[in-house]
Design a protein around this ligand. Structure first.
Ligand code: ASP
Length: 329
């Protein structure tokens, strides 16, 4: 007899695990549910797979720290190393979901499916989206089609590569997308429809090893704008951060004080990356980058550029080598 796939679900909290005071309150809610309660009793999932639950965290995703990320990656890796486990689902708050997803996609060594899922409405809401999103995530994690695709993110019947997905809406259930690259596929009525496979990460650096890493380097994000001051750069320099990502304007163009602040930061030995406030498109190289010691983020938004810079700084502090990581895709 064919044995059912075995999927582990790791709960970290978020709106999917939250309840509000009544069914029409969609915003003021708190994390109250344990991960094992989220799917409910009547999904029929036990006919499709064996599901086990773990609860490494139960927080709003704005509370997630670098040390939580390191611990979560270690836990997922340990689960996937079990030959009886076929895949993992991680439930997560949507606000910083793309950061955790990208971090895991750059660090997990296993080719087993890993699917991150959240919800835009608390579980107490009218038309709460969490249960179906979780059901779809389980179907995806148990599907042979998801193997080798890297870390996936699913909400609202679609799934995306962790590398490209981002949150684009504050409240709607179709909050997530990848406008330049598109979704990889959809999950509907328990069926996985795969439309395309994601391109790999940089061939020279498919994953970063976390072995023996006690903490990640500190990287700040500074938002540029008209009439920007120098004080944020001074604060980052004083705090001796390892890196700064600037959410610059347009194609990574810098206000006068952003230029001055980054020049001072580079002089202080801080790795500096130009990303953009613009949600789509890539930051192209500038002929001033090399002389100024700056790195162009490519198609990494500021929060993803921060994740990649933290990991890249565990390997090198050299500008050209850092640029090489960001050129990966
Ligand atoms: N505040 C929530 C969180 O990120 C938002 C959500 O999950 O939708 O944890």
């Amino acid at each position: 007899m064919k044995t059912l796939p075995r999927i582990v679900v790791l709960g970290t909290g978020g709106t999917i695990a939250s309840t509000a005071s009544d069914a029409t309150t969609l915003s003021d809610y708190a994390v109250t549910q344990s991960v094992s309660a989220l799917l409910g009793e009547d999904s029929g999932i036990e006919r499709l797979m064996r599901v086990e639950y773990r609860q490494p965290l139960n927080v709003d995703s704005r509370e997630i720290t670098n040390s939580m990320l390191l611990a979560l990656a270690a836990e997922v890796e340990a689960q996937l190393a079990d030959p009886d486990i076929d895949g993992a689902v991680i439930t997560h708050g949507t606000d910083t979901l793309e950061e955790t997803a990208y971090f895991l996609s750059l660090t997990l060594q296993s080719s087993k499916p890993v699917v991150i899922v959240g919800a835009m409405r608390p579980s107490s809401a009218i038309s709460a989206d969490g249960r179906l999103n979780l059901y779809n995530a389980l179907v995806l994690a148990a599907s042979p089609k998801a193997r080798g695709l890297g870390v996936l993110v699913t909400l609202n019947d679609q799934f995306f590569a962790a590398r490209f997905v981002s949150k684009f809406h504050t409240t709607r259930v179709d909050a997530f997308g990848a406008p330049d690259q598109g979704s990889l596929g959809s999950v509907r009525d328990g069926q996985v429809h795969l439309y395309q496979v994601p391109v790999g990460l940089h061939p020279d650096a498919p994953t970063f090893s976390l072995a023996g890493l006690a903490r990640l380097p500190d990287v700040d994000i500074i938002y540029d704008h008209q009439s920007a001051g120098l004080h944020h750069y001074r604060a980052s320099i004083d705090a001796q951060v390892a890196g700064i990502v600037v959410a610059a304007c347009g194609n990574g163009s810098l206000s006068p004080n952003a230029q001055a602040g980054l020049a001072q930061a580079v002089k202080a030995g801080i790795a500096c990356v130009r990303s953009s406030r613009v949600p789509t498109g890539a930051i192209t190289h500038s002929r001033f980058d090399e002389a100024g010691g700056l790195v162009a983020a490519g198609a990494h938004n500021p929060q993803k550029a921060r994740i990649l810079l933290m990991l890249a700084l565990t390997v090198t502090r050299e500008r050209d080598a850092l640029q090489h990581y960001f050129d990966g895709c």
